[in-house]
Structure formats: C-alpha cells, structure tokens
Design a protein around this ligand. Sequence first.
Ligand code: UT7
Length: 325
Amino acid sequence: MSVVIRALGASIPPQRITNEDLAARVDTTDDWIRSHTGIGARHFAPDGILTSDMAAEAAKTAMAKAKIGPHDLDLIVVATATPDYFGFPATACIVQDKIGAYGCAAYDIVAGCTGFIYALHAASSMLETSHGRHALVIGAEALSRIVDWNDRGTCVLFGDGAAAAVISRIDEAGRGCLSFLLGADGGGARDLYLVQAERDRTFERAQPVVPVISMNGRKVYDFAVKSITVMIERLMHKTVYRLEDFAWIVPHQANARIVQAAAKRFNIPQDKIYLNIEEYANTSAASIPLALAEMDQKGLLKPGDLVMLVGFGAGLTYGAAVVRW
Ligand code: UT7
C-alpha cells in the first residue's frame, strides 16, 4: 500500500505586482528586492477573493485531473496562515462547502510555511490508518492582507495563491509518500508571528483586530539555512536514499539565497532545485504545492522520480518529505 500524490491544481490571482509597482509606494528598489531575495513579482488576491476561494479553485482543478468527484473525498486539510476567519471555523470546512464535498472530515493546520508538509503527513497518515481512499491537501494564502506596509523589510516578500494535491491510497508498494521528517523549535516563535495592531480591546470596546506580520528576518534566515541543512543530513541518515538519487528538491520559496546557501553546502546542482520565487514571491504554505503544480504542468515530474520537499517557517517549524512520483 502507498499514498500517492495523484494530481495537482493551482489558483494564482490575476493581479500581478512587480517590484517596480511596490517601489512606487514603499521605500525600496527592484535591485534590492532581487539581490536580497530573488523575487521579481507577486500576485495579490483582489478584494472579495478569500483564501477559501483560491483553495476551492485549486481543489476543483486537482479533482478534475484526478478524475474524482467531491463525494470521493474522505478528508480535506488546508494549511494556511491566513484563514478566512482567524480562530474558527476552519477554512477547510468552507472549502468543503464550496466544492460540495459534504460529510468528509475537514480541518486546518497552522505550521507557517511548513504547513503543506505537515498537512501532507497528516492526510497521508489518515489514509494509511483508515479505510479512506482520497484526500485533498491544500496550501492557500492571502498574505497581502496581513503584511505591514510600514515595514519594508517584510512587505516586499509575500504573495497570494493556492495549490491543492489530491492524494490517494493505492495497493502498489514503494510509491508516493515514502518518508517524513517534522520538527519545531518553539523558542523561535517570537521571530515570526502575527502581531495584533489594536491591543487595548475590552469586551465593552471591541475593536476589529488587524493582525500584521512581524519577522526578525536575520534570525529566520539563519534558522532556515540551518534547518534545510540539518533536514537533508537527517534524511540521508534515516533513509536509504543518497542525494544523487533525487531528481528534484522542491524547497519552500522564501528566499533564493537561503536555498543557494544550502545547495552550496551539499554541492547540489542548481538545476535539481526548483525555484519559482521570482514570479510568486513567498506564498507561505502555498509555496511548495504551487511549485509542484507548476512542475507538473510543465511535465517535469516523471513517474519514478524521487522528489524531496523541504520547508521551514513560523513556529519555528521545519519539515521534509520524500516522495516517489
Ligand atoms: O517564509 C517564512 C520564512 N521567512 C524567511 O525565510 C525570511 C528570512 N529572511 C530573509 O530572507 C532576509 O533576512 C530578508 C530578505 C528578510 C532581509 O535580508 P537581509 O540581507 O537580512 O537584510 P537586512 O534585514 O539585514 O537589511 C539590510 C539593509 C538594511 O539597511 P541598513 O541598516 O544596512 O542601512 C535595511 O534597512 O537593507 C535595508 N532594507 C531594505 N532596503 C530596501 C530592508 N528591507 C529593504 C527593502 N528595500 N525592502
């Protein structure tokens, strides 16, 4: 028995914002953003489009490709830092309603930019241990709604979008999700968190809370390089695979320099690492599935390919997955 990624779908909002567009309203330059991050553009969801809208669109595309209907689903897991409603209900439940998958289980996972890997682990484990056949694993974000436009160190980094994977339990062995590594370092929680702009609220004087991202960029950068390095080392130790066995490494797209630093440490050729940060910026939990959906669309993922997913983010969390395509 294996749990395989059977099909992928993406939803990219049409509003494309270049670095030059940002430089017209923020004290920054195209040169600074490109040289420090590798980002050239990002896409923003227009007013009225929620995280669940992008997630549902991506889900419908993935289900059509997988040739399954909403009633075939046993579970929907949405990884997001920007749910439609902070707290509850889960965005996964709203997605369930929007795609008409009534009755299946649905919940969200909060693991920052590592969210898709955490969600893939949770959903594939559920399929392995239950009688379930199919699950939707979605990474979806509307980060443009929570960036602090007064903080040029963070507001240039993020973009919106969603991608969904249909995962299915099959009888064949040795394919799909082969191995996972998940971890967290809660001591770094304050290095990347949502700060509530309005703090002096009381029950009598309720004010809408507008949370914004607060990040200690340098600390998160160091954590990211270290955690990618440690995860690759641990995967090589824990599994039978060597780095040369991997057709692709698909990292969380936070900063091209983070990925390049890790690649240099292991002499990984750049053409084995998939990067699309230049077009989409950092889409947090959506970044890894968006990269996979784009690779799939381009025909880059061949049956039998060994693929490593590796992510890190708020928590601070980290995670990796080994997937046989
Ligand atoms: O996905 C979640 C995980 N997040 C990450 O992985 C992000 C990790 N961190 C990073 O990628 C990097 O730390 C950043 C891209 C956020 C920042 O790069 P950096 O090389 O660490 O820059 P810095 O914050 O040390 O700032 C260097 C300089 C400062 O100016 P001074 O003090 O040297 O004069 C900043 O004020 O760059 C300045 N700066 C900017 N200048 C133009 C910061 N942001 C900007 C900007 N445009 N947008």
